[in-house]
Design a protein. Sequence first.
Length: 290
Amino acid sequence: MYVTALPCEAAAGETIPGELRSRGRLLLHARFADGRTIPDRIEEQGPSRIRFPAAARRGRSLEGIILNTGGGVAGGDHFAASMRAGEGARLVLTSQAAEKCYRSDGGLSRLSVDLAVQAGASLDWLPQATILFDGARVARTIHAEVAEGARLLLMESVVLGRTAHGERFTYGRLTDSWRIRRGGRLVYADGLSLGDAAGGVLARAACAHGWAAFATVLLVAPDAMARLDALREVADAVHAARTDVEIGVSAWDGMASVRLLARDGLGLDATIRRLIAPLGVCDPPRIWHF
């Protein structure tokens, strides 16, 4: 669904017919051939698109930029992405801009991500932030299958409310479920559930003490645990330089995890960029260069 204006409060009770809900689906299979990674299969449905700018070509890797031509996600919309890096492929995926989730009329917006990384392959999932407008209702799931010895980097950030406009996220819903399997075995499971009273919960000192932006970063790779010291150095430097960002790192069982909490999206974004190199990304996505 194309959103050109937000509904006014007087229209909050109106429900958009189901046939007007947006259904976006994106499928990409990438393979390694002749010394580089190339698209092997692409399917696009609804407003979901993917592009491969010539300026983003880099050695063996293929960089894809995901677009939502509808301009955002409204209540009841469903967007699904299925990405696969074939044997030996190097795939880097990001988004054109932050994904905006608008205030819902009651419907739940669903965002589904399925990733597969085959033997000897690498996949970096690095979308820009998801911004939840006040009153948004979003359920997101991320599933990944990683072959033994393959590499997966997941980075997802969320900003609650349009902080640059002074908006606070006082009500709405967010559920987030991650399930990562390596060699067919479940190695990582994470879940978040913020109910309709999310604003009050996040205001508590033991939760987020009113801060509006957070991110989870997960690296599944043979060298993940060896990167712990470098990640801790970044965390120490951030804590020494900033009072608006909290960061914690850990590593176990061939994985490294970073959790971030920030007062706003600007502080979160600046810190994420400092993590790129220690996570093994030599050059961030071209669209990040602004």
